[in-house]
Design a protein around this ligand. Structure first.
Ligand code: ZN
Length: 484
């Protein structure tokens, strides 16, 4: 009995080869690689090199080479299955064994890959040349996409029709559905999944297309983005990062320990490419998961969040601080101007976008600044409320030394005794002051393809407020209203 192919791939993907080898060899970073003394022959100067992008090692002295699995086999004297089991254990992956199922699953995937690739070519050609894609081309042009960018990102156009792709592919019902490209409708006919949308192909880490994000035309009804469903055999959004195969090289090169930029949208990733920072990826309509973070740590240990990282709320913040500790990463937040997406900023002010990344703040500092920015420092009572809210932000981080640094800041800003804050921080009765209405928890990790526009006041709040004032303070408000 063998281990299912899928699971071996999963283990390979989940394994940080640098971490595995570091248990035996002291590795030092040299450019994009890691290097150390070879464990397979005796040497004084390091000729053993590890490439985290490819997940491979090679010795220039004795010519030993391989991947994480062969390294474990060699150093621990295990056979292939046991080595995979060892790594699966480290990565927390449960392995499945079945030789018959294994064969079926892998040929199913092979067919799906072939279909998605064929679909990509079809949609891409449509966008480049079909008459019905004219408005889509016009729209993309207005958003700064010239022909080169459209070709680079392989953008496509799904025509406004029921089954153009299905007819082109001529696949079986089952294969069409497995590939996430279509389904059988109530009249028993094959129907395309994507229709009347601009398509952003999503690739796996090796650069193979696995899914599509479909953006509606600006004046159309329906959700702004509609992605290939998770039910297909190739695509799992909680594990997929858009753009990772383009970004990984630049990630490894950036800064000393690698840097990854995390966005919310496909066009944001393209924006970073345009300003010469191709180390950007986007989550595909989900919140950032630990699975995403684990993938990124193979390439970078500084993660720059290029979206409003405060909107997800307190529990998301706690998770991020946990990941900082357990995966040894620094999470920082890009200093973007209020209400601006990286995609927009790349066109309007590219220097400002690069600056936003270079001047990114530690995640905790970013959140504290929000509290300070919204705080009222006019009276001792209101200063105490700011301090209370600030403590709740700091509490999300369990590292005592880091906490202490930030407690000093709060003490300074709010004019309170740091010792008093230290005793208060773990008090279970510590609650938000109520001054700060920002920190409501929205439904966590819900489908949120695009964030709300940030702005000083959201329009529904403004309207509600106006109505409230009209009722409560009619005399004061009436003169301000325009005569009807
Ligand atoms: Zn060697």
């Amino acid at each position: 009995m063998g281990i299912m192919d899928d699971d071996i791939v999963k283990v390979r993907e989940a394994t940080d080869i640098v971490r595995i080898i570091s248990e035996h060899v002291a590795l030092k970073r040299v450019g994009r690689r890691w290097s150390g003394l070879c464990p397979f022959h005796n040497e004084r100067s390091p000729s053993f090199s590890v490439n985290p992008e490819l997940g491979l090692y090679h010795c220039f002295g004795c010519k030993e080479s391989g991947d994480a699995i062969s390294f474990v086999r060699q150093t621990q004297g295990l056979d292939f299955v046991s080595a995979v089991e060892f790594l699966a254990g480290k990565a927390g992956i449960t392995l499945r064994y079945d030789s018959k199922q294994q064969g079926e699953q892998s040929s199913k995937k092979k067919r799906a890959f072939a279909l998605v690739e064929k679909a990509l070519d079809f949609y891409h050609d449509r966008l480049l040349s079909a008459p019905d894609a004219g408005p889509a081309r016009g729209y993309l042009k207005s958003r700064g996409y010239d022909g080169d960018l459209v070709r680079l990102f392989k953008l496509g156009w799904a025509p406004d029709d029921w089954d153009t792709l299905a007819k082109h592919l001529g696949a079986s019902d089952r294969d069409l559905k497995d590939a996430g490209l279509g389904f059988v409708n109530r009249r028993g006919r094959q129907q395309d999944f994507h229709r009347n949308r601009i398509l952003f192909p999503i690739f796996d880490i090796q650069g193979r297309p696995i899914a599509f994000g479909g953006r509606k035309m600006p004046d159309d009804e329906g959700p702004k983005y509609r992605n290939t469903s998770d039910e297909c055999v190739l695509y799992d959004k909680s594990r997929t990062l858009y753009g990772l195969h383009w970004a990984k090289e630049d990630m490894v090169r950036a800064r000393d320990n690698g840097e990854a930029i995390i966005c919310e949208g496909y066009t944001d990733v393209h924006g970073f490419h345009q300003v010469g920072m191709p180390r950007a990826v986007a989550t595909c309509g989900t919140a950032l998961t630990e699975e995403h973070v684990k993938q990124l740590t193979k390439f970078a240990h500084r993660l720059v969040l290029a979206f409003d990282a405060d909107e997800a709320g307190q529990s998301a913040a706690e998770r991020i601080h946990q990941w900082e500790q357990s995966h040894g990463i620094d999470v920082v937040v890009a200093n973007l101007p209020e209400g601006q997406d990286p995609g927009d900023l790349a066109r309007s002010d590219p220097d400002r976008l690069r600056e936003a990344v270079e001047q990114a703040l530690p995640f905790m500092q970013f959140r504290l600044n929000r509290v300070f920015g919204a705080g009222d420092f006019s009276t001792p009572e209101s200063q105490a409320r700011v301090a209370q809210d600030a403590l709740l932000v700091i509490r999300a981080n369990t590292n005592d030394l880091v906490r202490d640094k930030y407690i000093m800041q709060v003490a300074d800003r709010c004019g309170v005794d740091p010792g008093r804050l230290r005793t208060m921080i773990d008090d279970p009765n510590l609650k938000p002051s109520g001054d700060d209405r920002r920190r409501r928890e929205p439904a966590q990790a819900a489908e949120k393809p695009r964030r709300r526009r940030r702005g000083p006041v959201r329009s529904e709040d403004r309207d509600t407020n106006a109505i409230r004032l009209l009722i409560a303070e009619h005399d004061r408000m009436a003169p301000l209203l325009a005569p009807v």
